[in-house]
Design a protein around this ligand. Sequence first.
Ligand SMILES: C[S@@+](CC[C@H](N)C(=O)[O-])C[C@H]1O[C@@H](n2cnc3c(N)ncnc32)[C@H](O)[C@@H]1O
Length: 213
Amino acid sequence: MKVYLKDGNIATKNLNPGTSVYGEELIQEDVEYRIWNPRRSKLAAALLNGLKNLELDDASKVLYLGASTGTTVSHISDIVINGRIYAVEFSPTTAKKLVQLSRQRPNIAPILGDATKPKEYMNIVEKVDLVYCDVAQPTQTELFMKNMNLILKDDGMGMITIKARSIDVVQKPKKIFKQEEKKLIEKGFKIIDKVKLEPYEKDHIALVVEKNF
Ligand SMILES: C[S@@+](CC[C@H](N)C(=O)[O-])C[C@H]1O[C@@H](n2cnc3c(N)ncnc32)[C@H](O)[C@@H]1O
């Protein structure tokens, strides 16, 4: 994955030079880089915390669930320059910004849709190398598996960020993470990497999974 170290921060090469997406700093060198803020993007937090096994190259196809206004999507767009990101977001207000972003970045295909109903968009997306899930909802693991079962290539990967408090505000985060991991394993997924997101995000974990069948 093409991620660069700049002044102690991680950064991606700006696919759309001269434009900052969410107020991030731009660094001019031989080419332009965008600082990737781990307090705004859980994928950046996971990478800074040592996530290793996520494979993304310049031709990767990604299904992104919970795209919001496109903060993390924009950095993935810098990485998969010749690939495609199918970015699913269910809030029409939020998706407006995502649509604007996709006009500047041809590798982003915005989808106004509900990630709990992948059958409604599976015909307009192709099989992908990575399903990335950051919806912060109680049933996020279930919808993540549903999307992987329908849209992930057999040799593809999934990544989910789990916010313990979105699932249960009372239970200890450790117990919730175990419970969500168990759901994945019981449905035939293998967890190949796991990192906590502190100090950038409290009580969050990121899991990378593969199909195990
Ligand atoms: C934590 S935010 C995502 C932040 C984003 N991933 C980023 O790093 O830039 C969660 C997003 O998921 C969206 N969302 C929640 N449930 C969803 C669903 N069922 N289908 C699609 N989007 C959903 C919310 O509207 C919100 O924009």
